[in-house]
Design a protein around this ligand. Structure first.
Ligand code: F6R
Length: 240
């Protein structure tokens, strides 16, 4: 595991963007695993800038980590819409090559279909990860099996509280999501994680220095042979 403590959030973000752009330059038909959330917004802005400077995503295929259960792809708060608004509609990646689990319909079927699609096009060359305050990756909440595959997971109260900011006041929030499993994530050839800010410090410490345990799903990255974690000083504050 390579842990890079950067001087600032901006530097950590830039280095994450550079890792992805290097991957796409080296292999234009890369299969990317993508993430959503607040931390990733600046990453997508960086990737759009790289596209404007000449980088093509036309041959890339991407698989997002997760989607809320119950939200159609065209719902303003779906992760499908997040990806279009913040990335896909601004670059040359065809929307048909940007895959997310289906939020509507039978979640078990949607999860099985997503696993089958990854198996057909994978392995994922580079998986981008954020980190939940409670140590989740994707929406693998604490107590997720370390060998889990794509499935529906109930969102923890911590995650519901953290993500409420993306929904309007009084707007009902999905209570579960379909997420790649920890086993699915670990199948990627390489993993790059970006975690920023003091509210991630506890999870960063548990992920890097703590024991491997289902209660901190991110600790599973200790099992992977090619992981780079970019953090800023605030997120690194708990490390010994
Ligand atoms: C979303 C995802 C989540 C987020 C995590 C951090 O696709 O995979 O694991 O990366 O919840 O979210 P932010 O960046 O909003 O703190």
């Amino acid at each position: 595991m390579r842990v890079v403590i950067c001087q600032s959030a901006a530097e950590a973000t830039e280095r994450t963007v550079a890792t992805i752009t290097r991957q796409v330059r080296a292999k234009p038909d890369s299969v990317l695993g993508l993430a959503t959330g607040g931390t990733m917004e600046a990453v997508y802005a960086g990737l759009i800038a790289a596209h404007q400077a000449g980088l093509s995503f036309a041959q890339v295929r991407s698989f997002n980590l997760d989607e809320y259960v119950g939200l159609p792809a065209d719902h303003p708060h779906s992760y499908a819409m997040y990806m279009r608004d913040r990335f896909v509609d601004h670059v040359d990646l065809p929307v048909a090559r940007c895959h997310l689990p289906a939020g509507q319909g039978d979640p078990a079927q949607a999860a099985a279909d997503f696993e089958a699609l990854i198996a057909a096009h994978g392995p994922i060359d580079l998986q981008l990860l954020g980190l939940g305050r409670n140590g989740h990756i994707g929406f693998n909440e604490p107590a997720s099996a370390l060998t889990s595959r794509t499935r529906e997971k109930a969102l923890s109260q911590t995650t519901l509280d953290a993500n409420r900011r993306f929904f309007g006041p009084g707007m009902p929030m999905p209570q579960s999501a379909i997420t790649m499993g920890i086993g699915t994530i670990l199948d990627a050839r390489k993993i790059v994680m970006l975690a920023l800010g003091s509210d991630k410090a506890e999870a960063v410490q548990a992920m890097i220095e703590g024991p491997l345990r289902a209660y901190c799903p991110a600790s599973a990255v200790q099992l992977h042979r090619h992981v780079t974690i970019f953090i800023d000083p605030a997120a690194a504050a708990g490390l010994t």
